[in-house]
Design a protein around this ligand. Structure first.
Ligand code: NAP
Length: 283
C-alpha cells in the first residue's frame, strides 16, 4: 500500500511543527505547509533530531490564499495520489475588547481561523472522497466552547469552526471521512506573544483594568501550561483512530471548565469566570 499522507497547515511553529514530527514518526509522509518556506528551519532541525527529515515535504501554503490552496492540493494529488489526514492547524489570536478591535482585525481573524479551515476542508474533500475515506482534524480551542472577555474575535472564529465541523461530520460520514475537533486549553506556543503584541487598547480605555487582568491571567496560564507535544501526540493518535469522537478537550483544567459550563446554572458559571478573570480569585 502507498505511504499514508498528511497535510498540516501552520507547520512552521507551535502545535503545527510538533504535529508534523509526531505524524512523521508514525510513518506518514507529511506535507508541512507554511506560508513562508523561509520559516521552516526550526521544523527541519527538529525533524533531523527525530530522524524523520526525509518524511517531511515542506509546502508553501497560505490558508487565506485560494491559489496557494489549489496548488498545494494539486501537489498532493500529483506526488502522492492521496491525502489520508488533513490537520487544519494554522491560526492566530486577536485580543482586545470588542469596541476597541478594528473591523479589519475582526475580518482578518475570521479569514484565517474560520474561512481558512472551510477552504482547506473543501479543497481536501474531493481527494478523500475519491480514495474512499480520510480524516480532517480541526485545531479548535477551549475558546470554541467558552468565550472569555478580551477574546471575542478569537472565540467567534473558533465557535464558527465548531459549528462548521459538527455539520461537516454529518455530511462526510457516509463517505468514510472522519471530522474531529481538538480543543486545547492554554499551551506555551508563539501564539500568545503574537496575540499580546497586537492588542489594541487606548491608554484612556474604559476596559484597561479588566484587559490587563485578563492578559495577566492568560500569561500565567500559558507560562504554567503543559508541553505542547501533548496536543501533537493526541492529534497523531486521532489520525490513526478508526472511530474518533467529534470533540477532544485537552489541557490543564480544560475538561473541568467545560463540565462546569455544562453542569452549572449559567449565572454561577458566569460569576466564576468573572471572578477568576478579575484577579480576585486565587490561582
Ligand atoms: N497555544 C495555545 O494555547 C492554543 C490553544 C488552543 C488552540 N490553539 C490553536 O492551535 C493552532 C496553532 O497555534 P499555536 O499555538 O501553535 O500558535 P503558533 O505557534 O503561533 O502557530 C500558528 C501557525 O499558524 C500559521 N499561520 C497563521 N496564519 C496563517 C495563514 N494565513 N496561512 C498559513 N499559516 C498561517 C503561523 O505561521 P507563521 O509562522 O507564518 O506566522 C504558525 O505556523 C491555532 O489554530 C490556535 O488557535 C492554540
Amino acid at each position: 500500500m502507498a505511504d499514508k499522507t498528511a497535510l498540516v497547515t501552520g507547520a512552521s511553529s507551535g502545535f503545527g511543527l510538533r504535529i508534523s514530527i509526531a505524524l512523521a514518526l508514525r510513518g506518514y509522509r507529511v506535507m508541512a505547509a507554511m506560508r513562508d518556506l523561509g520559516r521552516g528551519d526550526e521544523l527541519l532541525r527538529e525533524a533531523e533530531r527525530a530522524g524523520v527529515a526525509s518524511r517531511l515535504d515542506p509546502v508553501r501554503l497560505d490558508v487565506t490564499d485560494a491559489e496557494s490552496i489549489e496548488a498545494a492540493m494539486a501537489h498532493a494529488a500529483r506526488r502522492y495520489g492521496r491525502l489520508d489526514v488533513l490537520v487544519n492547524n494554522a491560526g492566530f489570536a486577536v485580543g482586545g475588547f470588542a469596541e476597541e478591535v478594528p473591523m479589519d482585525d475582526w475580518r482578518a481573524q475570521m479569514e484565517t481561523n474560520f474561512f481558512g479551515v472551510v477552504a482547506m476542508s473543501r479543497a481536501a474533500i474531493p481527494l478523500m472522497r475519491k480514495q474512499g475515506g480520510g480524516t480532517i482534524i480541526q485545531l479548535s480551542s477551549v475558546s470554541g466552547r467558552i468565550a472569555f472577555p478580551g477574546y471575542g474575535a478569537y472565540a467567534a472564529s473558533k465557535f464558527a469552526v465548531e459549528g462548521f465541523s459538527e455539520s461537516l461530520r454529518h455530511e462526510l460520514a457516509p463517505h468514510g471521512i472522519r471530522v474531529v475537533l481538538v480543543e486545547p486549553g492554554a499551551y506555551r506556543t508563539a501564539i500568545w506573544d503574537k496575540g499580546f503584541s497586537g492588542i489594541r487598547s487606548r491608554p484612556d480605555s474604559p476596559y484597561r483594568k479588566t484587559l490587563e487582568a485578563v492578559l495577566e491571567y492568560s500569561r500565567r496560564a500559558a507560562a504554567t501550561s503543559k508541553d505542547p507535544r501533548e496536543v501533537a501526540e493526541l492529534v497523531a493518535r486521532l489520525a490513526e483512530c478508526r472511530a474518533p469522537r467529534l470533540r477532544y478537550a485537552v489541557g490543564r483544567g480544560t475538561k473541568l471548565t467545560l463540565f462546569g459550563k455544562a453542569a452549572l446554572p449559567w449565572r454561577w458559571f458566569e460569576a466564576i469566570i468573572q471572578r477568576t478573570l478579575s484577579g480576585k480569585a486565587g490561582g
